[in-house]
Design a protein around this ligand. Structure first.
Ligand code: G3P
Length: 226
């Protein structure tokens, strides 16, 4: 499973990219507003930090303007994936931008039929929002199960299921169990994937016991230099 970070915060992106575990970044207009940065500058910078796909969303709702915006966004970095909403205009824009070789992430997907159409339009990624479905007492992960099952019936479809609106680590676990290709999550959720209190407790005990031995693995001079 690929891990994308859902943020436009450059500090978080730099920090998490340094782990070597981040495969891409997704942004949306709300995240850009939160970061308080010039949108195009931020996307250029993110593309230089993370080699994988960086989603940058169009803000127009009509096809012609979406295409014009998408072409501008695609030039910001060779790893830009233009994000378009799952509307009929967005699907038309997806098809056209894909024919020009641009990666496209079709976002705001809330149903299996929408996901089928995104794949038919040649989307590189489709982004079903699990958290927002859970928020209204629907089952977000059931939608992922449906989409993964449907796409598997048609192996020629290359669209990757990008699970979005992830709110906690159990969303990641459930998405991985279903075989979703990608999960995009806020930095805090990514960090929660590797944190465990028993790891911290066990490490503290090992270090305390090691100290009692009076030994060091590195030569003393090297230890002192660090
Ligand atoms: O980027 C799209 C998505 O991940 C947004 O998540 O938490 O605002 O529903 P959320």
């Amino acid at each position: 499973m690929k891990f994308f970070i859902d943020t436009a915060d450059i500090g978080d992106i730099r920090d998490l990219a340094s782990t070597g575990l981040i495969d891409g970044v997704t942004t949306n207009p709300s995240l850009v507003a939160k970061a308080g940065r010039d949108f195009k500058d931020a996307i250029r910078e993110i593309c230089g930090i993370v080699p994988g796909p960086v989603s940058a969303e169009v803000t127009a709702t009509d096809h012609a303007t979406q295409v014009a915006e998408g072409r501008v966004l695609a030039k910001l970095g060779k790893n830009v994936a233009v994000k378009v909403p799952l509307t009929v205009d967005g699907l038309k824009t997806c098809r056209l931008l894909r024919s020009e070789g641009t990666m496209v992430n079709v976002t705001l997907c809330f149903s299996p039929t929408q996901a089928l159409l995104a794949a038919k339009a040649g989307a590189t990624f489709v982004s079903p929002f699990v958290g927002r479905l859970d928020d209204i007492s629907e089952n977000g992960m059931a939608l992922i199960a449906d989409i993964v099952e449907i796409y598997r019936q048609y192996p020629h479809l290359k669209t990757e299921v990008l699970v979005a609106s992830i709110r906690h680590p159990m969303h990641v676990v459930a998405a991985a169990r279903l075989g979703a290709h990608v999960g995009t999550m806020p930095p805090g959720v990514f960090r929660a994937l590797y944190q465990h209190p028993l790891t911290d407790k066990g490490l503290a005990a090992f270090l305390a016991d090691w100290k009692k031995t009076g030994q060091s693995i590195l030569p003393p001079a090297k230890v002192a230099a660090e």
